[in-house]
Design a protein around this ligand. Structure first.
Ligand SMILES: [Zn+2]
Length: 541
């Protein structure tokens, strides 16, 4: 099945391309006055989507689903897309919550993506400047992935309306970043051929700034690997000499890795959690697991850490007379993004401008910054004090980076010219992957920032559908600059399955309690209203 689906798509897209090329593509050209008028029209159209954008953001916020378990989110979004005429292929790459939604025909083929998963233990009421979970211990949108699909979908729907009205050829594809926090889907989409016939990819991610940069973004790539040890149980007091502890192996591996750190480059990041440490103290643990993320700045260094991790695990198994196996659970390359696409986006970002923040928006932002003890300045030396009000200059490749986070959009960026839009829907100075990052994500801050993002995305889509030179420049940069000396080597092999079982137990545990708080837009104007929150509430009563 996995092999059939992409092949089918390839045949379909190729056939459609040939057909429409003959009919329209070579005859359809757009002069600058037409392009300007299309942009004006699309801008006004997106402005009318303010209400549905707010509803979508609030709805996905209330679902609060972890990676691979985005069942409600996936159902909700594919229904919206299907109602709007998109053909949906569900379960791509054997990931049940993933999909490819296609509308239109012919060239160019533009794919739009954004993540949909959330963070463990980040349940949080929006609009309040203190810790107040909706459901204690439950997951929540402490990364802001509840907002990005509204940016791409409402941009795409506005552009689609114009394409229909003016018979513009072109294909729009909308896809989700499933389990981004686990780096668990995009390299699989690439492996399975889903991006083979796509001309350009637009990705959107929540930010506190409004930006589309290009080149090496300074992020690390990574492999996510689970090491499992198997020993033999015994009475931990009565006959411990007859037991072989799998937990000992995990601990020895971790000690070994922590000594290894001294001899790694300062750009690395490595971290682990023990996902299985045994059952109870009086039974020698026969099974134990430790899960590592190994991050570095380039493929060779990631690979070298991956190999070192395997050696360390083999050593721990030898020391404890246990058996070791490992599984690749996720992977991402370091990011590199397209210059021509970023420049087109940046011009449109400047046209749209920053949202008009209200006094209430700023009061919440300052309250959250105080709550989280935010630094006074960011990495670029900019003040952190309330919401951002200006747009910075476009940035190219970082000259140097000490390393940092990862995003598997990078795997797409090394296969298709790709740009990432950061839209200003969150508060500067938060920690990331934290309940504090959820506070703004179902408030006017997220709604206004996402609307601004949707406007810039729609304008950029018009550029891509009407100016062949932008795509030609994008392809030229991709071929002759980005991939001139660096070639994508996947960490995945043909047989690695996506680990779709992850997070199932956690969601099964919390979903029944979370369902009571799903947003009901028929009854309440906003999620804040449904939860009875006065915006903003700065002090807990
Ligand atoms: Zn993210």
């Amino acid at each position: 099945m996995r092999k059939l689906a992409p092949f089918y798509r390839w045949v379909c897209l190729s056939a459609c391309t040939v057909f429409t090329t003959a009919l329209y593509a070579q005859t359809k050209t757009y002069d600058s006055a037409t392009i300007a008028s299309l942009k004006k029209e699309v801008f006004s159209l997106v402005a009318t989507k303010e209400k549905p954008i707010q509803e979508m953001i609030d709805m996905i916020f209330s679902f609060g689903e972890l990676g691979f378990q985005e069942v409600e989110t996936s159902r909700y979004l594919t229904e919206v897309l299907s109602k709007n005429g998109f053909a949906i292929e569900k379960g791509i790459s054997r990931i049940p919550t993933a999909w490819f939604a296609t509308w239109g025909s012919g060239s160019p083929v533009i794919a739009l993506g954004s993540d949909i998963d959330c963070i463990p233990k980040a349940s949080q009421k929006p609009g309040v400047a203190f810790k107040d979970p909706i459901v204690e211990g439950a997951p929540g949108h402490g990364e802001g992935h509840n907002s990005g699909q509204s940016v791409i979908i409402f941009a795409a729907l506005a552009v689609k309306e114009l394409m229909q009205k003016y018979h513009m050829p072109g294909t729009i594809i909308i896809w989700p970043g499933v389990a981004e926090e686990l780096l668990g889907s995009k390299a699989w989409y690439i492996r399975d051929g889903y991006f083979k016939n796509i001309d350009a990819c637009i990705f959107t991610h929540v930010s506190s700034e409004f930006a589309a940069n290009y080149g090496d973004n300074g992020f690390n790539g990574l492999v996510s690997v689970k090491f499992s040890f198997e020993g033999d149980a015994a009475h931990a007091a009565g006959a411990p000499w007859r037991g072989k502890s799998a937990l000992d192996a995990v601990e020895l591996m971790d000690v070994g890795w922590n000594f290894k750190r001294e001899h790694l480059k300062p750009t690395q990041r490595s971290h682990y959690v023990i996902t299985d440490g045994g059952d109870q103290p009086n039974v020698v643990p026969s099974k134990a697991c430790v899960w590592y993320y190994f991050r570095e700045r380039n493929y060779e260094d990631i690979k070298s850490m991956y190999d070192a991790g395997i050696h360390m695990a083999q050593g721990a198994a030898l020391m404890t007379d246990t058996k070791m196996s490992y599984q690749l659970l996720g992977t991402a390359w370091p990011g590199h993004f397209n210059k021509a696409l970023a420049e087109a986006f940046y011009a449109n970002i400047k046209t749209v401008g920053m949202p008009q923040w209200s006094a209430e928006d700023n009061q919440l932002a300052v309250g959250v910054q105080k709550l989280l003890d935010a630094p006074k300045k960011d990495f670029y030396g900019r003040d952190i004090n309330g919401l951002r009000t200006t747009i910075d200059s476009i940035r190219g490749s970082v000259p140097f980076s000490w390393g940092g986070g990862s995003d598997d959009i990078a795997d797409i960026s090394w296969n298709v010219p790709t740009v990432v839009l950061g839209y200003p829907a969150n508060i500067p100075g938060t920690k990331g992957h934290h309940w504090g990052d959820a506070i703004a994500m179902a408030t006017p801050i997220a709604h206004k920032g996402s609307l601004a993002g949707a406007k810039a995305t729609a304008l950029t889509l018009i550029d891509l559908f009407t100016k062949p030179q932008v795509l030609a420049d994008a392809k030229n940069y991709f071929k002759n600059v980005q991939t001139k000396d660096v070639h994508y080597i996947p960490f995945l092999s043909a047989g690695d399955p996506p680990p779709t079982y992850l997070n199932k137990e956690t969601m099964d545990k919390y979903r029944p309690q979370m369902q009571k708080f799903y947003y009901n837009p028929a009854k309440y104007k906003t999620y804040l209203e449904q939860l009875g929150i006065t915006y903003p509430t700065l002090v807990k009563k």
